[in-house]
Design a protein around this ligand. Sequence first.
Ligand code: CTP
Ligand SMILES: C[C@](O)(CO)[C@H](O)COP(=O)(O)O
Length: 233
Amino acid sequence: MTTGFWAVLPAAGVGRRMGSTVPKQYLELAGRAVIEHTLEGFVSHARIQGVVVALGAEDGYWDTTAYAAHPKVLRAPGGAERCHSVLNALSVLEDRANEDDWVLVHDAARPCLRRSDLDRLIDSLCEDSVGGLLGIPVRDTMKRAGDGERIDATVDRSSLWHAYTPQMFRLGLLRRALHEALEANDLVTDDASAIERLGLAPRLIEGHADNLKITRAEDLPLAQFYLQQQGRI
Ligand SMILES: Nc1ccn([C@@H]2O[C@H](COP(=O)(O)OP(=O)(O)OP(=O)(O)O)[C@@H](O)[C@H]2O)c(=O)n1
Ligand SMILES: C[C@](O)(CO)[C@H](O)COP(=O)(O)O
């Protein structure tokens, strides 16, 4: 049986840290919504059979996007935290995908993902027994803050990475891992953390630092710069 590939885009956040009345996944970036740039990379990918977007209950923007009626795009209800949104999206895949199909979970707020990095992730992990994620090794000296934002310690950075997305795991394993994390009230902030809780070791695949997550206001012009550098706008 051929193994399928699906994408899940958690897009149900409110963007508190962005400080905008418009959720950051719908802010304009080079004339399109952030989420439209993100979706383009998955909808246009020949190996990706479908994309499930997890949307907030109050989302009044999705229907204005160019992908609202796209045949490859499905919807799921967002949840209170990112982990709930992802688990809801996996439920939408249950009657379409096989348990061993690969699911690539990618933040809607990361519009600058390179096709080359996406392909490297898929090619590196498609035979892997666990799965993994894109990331980059940290480049700065890392400090742990103590009281009053004074340094408590300098942390050995030699094996520290920034965890990015997509994070790629088989549907059945990821659903079980997230379900068990939530059962333990462990509101994991990424999908790999749920897999690690099972005692498994996801692989880190080095990508590019321009796969930033739009989080604060200064990230939007930086994302535009990166898209220009990539020749995408
Ligand atoms: N309950 C939630 C919270 C977040 N997300 C999504 O998960 C991704 C990463 O989350 P984050 O950057 O934290 O987005 P927000 O939660 O919107 O940001 P903030 O924490 O600043 O509110 C985003 O695409 C966001 O839309 C989601 O689907 N469901
Ligand atoms: C999934 C993630 O982008 C990996 O770095 C990150 O954990 C999301 O965290 P957030 O607090 O939901 O932005």
